[in-house]
Design a protein around this ligand. Structure first.
Ligand SMILES: Nc1ncnc2c1ncn2[C@@H]1O[C@H](COP(=O)(O)OP(=O)(O)OP(=O)(O)O)[C@@H](O)[C@H]1O
Length: 240
């Protein structure tokens, strides 16, 4: 399996001197195509920092970040922006759907911003919305969608086109359990189709959908585990 995201001894320090905050300390992480990795840890442990560095939105203080085979330190600002536009998808708690655009227009937007003509961009957007069960919502505006539907549109926008790496920060936000699970099912199936995914979550039940869970404390990866899947939590205890 090809490595889509690789962090080598990545550290991030905000500020300097007595005010310096060590948000990440010598983090090593590889995520391969088709894999969904959950990141857990206490508040302030560095989870969002890891995501923003993996997403090329911030540079590490030291260490090496490789995304889709490119060492980011060797790329120009333009090339980094292109990589981000074409190959990366983001799902943040604050969804940033544009209220004046329909669901299909929101999903097509990253492709159009990258230079694709409106018609093929719309066709690609409709294909993804269809895969996520949103065909009949394609023409609706965000304000006319439920919270769960809005979240699914945000995921559609993050995976549309030829994206290789999906980065999600608390992607189930304030959704109820059923909608949260539906969102996780979608992230899972996006990864099954070959995208690499990294998802920050506080919820162990949701993390159990991942292939791997890494735990961060004080900026260090302190543990990792391979969950046996969400159904394992529901399975009868064989000891009983
Ligand atoms: N731009 C910044 N400037 C200064 N300090 C920052 C900045 N961003 C994050 N930090 C600090 O870095 C540390 C890690 O922050 P980060 O947001 O990555 O943690 P987190 O695990 O995502 O927390 P939470 O679960 O509360 O979102 C914290 O101490 C935070 O205050």
């Amino acid at each position: 399996m090809s490595v889509v995201l690789s962090l080598r001894q990545v550290s991030k320090v905000y500020g300097a001197g007595a005010a310096a905050v060590h948000a990440l300390r010598a983090v090593d992480l590889d995520v391969v195509a088709g894999e969904l990795v959950a990141v857990m840890g206490p508040s302030g442990s560095g989870k969002s920092t890891l995501l923003t560095i993996a997403g090329t939105l911030e540079e590490p203080t030291t260490g090496q970040v490789t995304v889709c085979g490119s060492d980011l330190s060797t790329l120009s600002a333009d090339a980094t922006a292109r990589l981000r536009r074409r190959s990366l998808g983001f799902v943040f708690q604050d969804l940033n759907l544009l209220a004046g655009l329909s669901a299909a227009e929101n999903v097509a937007l990253p492709l159009e911003l990258d230079g694709m003509a409106a018609r093929p961009a719309r066709a690609a957007a409709l294909r993804v919305l269809d895969e996520l069960g949103l065909t009949d919502r394609a023409g609706h505006f965000p304000d006319d969608l439920s919270g769960g539907e809005r979240q699914r549109v945000a995921i559609a926008r993050a995976v549309v086109g030829d994206r290789r790496l999906l980065l999600a920060d608390e992607p189930t936000g304030a959704l109820d359990a059923a909608n949260g699970e539906a969102v996780l099912r979608m992230l899972r199936s996006a990864c099954k189709r070959g995208i690499a995914g990294v998802m920050v979550t506080h919820d162990a039940q949701l993390a159990s959908w991942a292939d791997r869970v890494i735990f961060i404390r004080d900026g260090r990866v302190v543990d990792q585990t391979a969950p046996s899947g969400p159904d394992a939590l529901l399975a009868p205890d064989p000891a009983r």
